[in-house]
Design a protein around this ligand. Structure first.
Ligand code: DGL
Length: 283
């Protein structure tokens, strides 16, 4: 395991962004927009995705392995761009790397509570996130302070559809309808995207909500808030990269297929990047 003293603190060092697979790209796009001078290394654990149906110990082990990989690449900060990994492992990652700034992703219950008019909010997330102590504590706290009711909707199979590049297939649409319909029927007028894969399905979610009779709908994605939090943490620690004449580099690594990650980055973000395979699976 790389030690903290090996970690460069240079402002030019890259920021590591990690997800179980492609979902973290929905966070990367916000980071790129807000902090274009930051060099980025994206790491997808696609060989082990999805995390959502795995047990706590497995998610923890995989998150540690991926964080170790990124630290070994010399990152100056780490974004855990995965709700499931944040819920299950951010405490351990911060313990393991006490001087490394670590930013996680959590379902946006607070902004949703501010936006709902019906007082009913649907939370689309993985089974693991919804069952986590971290999520349950957040839910209890925001429900009590706001009086809003949160309805958790596990979405098994949905992140997989994004992994397969099937954003608009009938099977994907069918799953989206199955998950969104009951939330709208229960009176939800705000839906929290509690998994970083789901922002790539916003149009499909909106359309399923309309079909289910939603008159107005707020969709809450925390990608922008995560990018802002990263900028704040980097600024506080004197780690912000100075402006560069050209956009900073983006590298991409995966435990799965490198060509699939390159294709996904081109299709989802219009970025042309030759992704590389993490040669030895980090566990
Ligand atoms: N993108 C991940 C999240 O935000 C989960 C997807 C998966 O199940 O691996 O929770």
């Amino acid at each position: 395991m790389p030690t903290v003293s090996d970690m460069p603190t240079a402002v030019h060092a890259p920021v590591g962004i990690f997800d179980s697979g492609l979902g973290g790209l929905s966070v990367l796009r916000h980071v790129r927009r807000l902090l274009p001078h930051e060099a980025l290394i994206y790491a997808a654990d696609s060989a082990f995705a999805p995390y959502g149906g795995k047990d706590e110990a497995a998610v923890l082990a995989r998150t540690v392995a991926m964080a170790d990989f990124l630290v070994a690449q010399g990152v100056k900060a780490l974004v855990i761009a995965c709700n499931t990994a944040t819920a299950g492992a951010i405490v351990e990652i911060r313990r393991r790397y006490p001087t490394l700034p670590v930013v996680g992703v959590e379902p946006g219950l607070k902004p949703a509570a501010l936006q709902t008019r019906t007082g009913m909010v649907g939370v689309l997330a993985t089974e693991r996130t919804l069952a986590s102590r971290r999520f349950l504590a957040l839910e209890a706290q925001i429900a009590e302070s706001s009086g809003v009711r949160f309805i958790g909707q596990p979405c098994p199979g949905l992140a997989d559809q994004v992994e397969k590049g099937e954003l608009r297939s009938p099977a994907t649409m069918e799953l989206v309808r199955r998950f969104v319909g009951p939330l709208i029927a229960a009176g939800a007028d705000a839906l929290v995207l509690g998994c970083t894969h789901y922002p790539f399905l916003v149009a499909q979610i909106e359309s399923a909500a309309r079909e289910a009779g939603a008159a107005s709908l707020a969709i809450i994605d925390t990608g922008d808030a995560v990018a802002r939090q990263l900028g704040k943490v980097l600024a506080e620690q004197g780690l912000l990269s100075p402006p560069l004449p050209t956009p900073a580099s983006i590298a991409a690594w995966t435990t799965g297929s490198a060509s699939s990650l390159s294709t996904a980055m081109r299709k989802l973000l219009h970025l042309t990047i030759a992704a590389k395979r993490i040669a030895e699976r980090p566990d």
